[in-house]
Design a protein around this ligand. Structure first.
Ligand SMILES: CC(C)(COP(=O)(O)OP(=O)(O)OC[C@H]1O[C@@H](n2cnc3c(N)ncnc32)[C@H](O)[C@@H]1OP(=O)(O)O)[C@@H](O)C(=O)NCCC(=O)NCCS
Length: 142
């Protein structure tokens, strides 16, 4: 049976600390340096994913004028391909629409990350991309 997961939008310090730990354990030091500043800044938004109250993934976005930049997302390897990133991205889109953002921007390194956005067009947006196999700039336009 599929495990239930919950997504919470949060700035609770306890969860921010757990996200930093998750990020360090993922051994992604370059992102780690970035993410610490972004997590704690006033213009950032954080979504945390839980299974049985354990934090197993997160996404961070920050506002840049009328654009919501959604460049940071991670799901623990054991919990991938269960739709968790898709659900987080859906919540980011609904949040951005609700708050009056004009669009979302993200940079993705591969086609798989692009697919997560492209699968959800039923939420009523267009995906515009530029780039090549090395990476894409992606705009989600409402
Ligand atoms: C990218 C990432 C966040 C996806 O999380 P996830 O919860 O597994 O994503 P989802 O289950 O919502 O996947 C949605 C769709 O994306 C595509 N997809 C995701 N991961 C894929 C993979 N490894 N191979 C092929 N397609 C993939 C599939 O189309 C998938 O739908 P399907 O499972 O019905 O075929 C996760 O793999 C991760 O944390 N990777 C390491 C960090 C990273 O790369 N972050 C993104 C930086 S650009």
């Amino acid at each position: 049976m599929a495990e239930e997961f919950q997504i919470k939008k949060t700035k609770n310090k306890k969860y921010l600390d757990e996200i930093l730990k998750l990020n360090e354990n993922a051994n992604n030091s370059q992102e780690g340096a970035d993410i610490k500043d972004i997590l704690c800044s006033n213009n950032s938004y954080v979504w945390a994913a839980f299974v049985h109250n354990n934090l197993i993934g997160y996404a961070v976005a920050k506002s840049k004028r009328k654009t919501l930049e959604c460049n940071w997302i991670y799901v623990k390897p054991d919990y991938r391909r269960k739709g968790i990133a898709s659900e987080i991205k859906k919540q980011q889109v609904l949040f951005a629409k609700d708050k009056g953002f004009k669009d979302l921007y993200t940079y993705v390194e591969n086609e798989n990350s692009l697919k997560v956005w492209e699968k959800q067009k039923n939420l009523g947006y267009k995906v515009e991309k530029s780039g090549n196999f090395e990476g894409y700039d992606v705009w989600i336009r409402f």
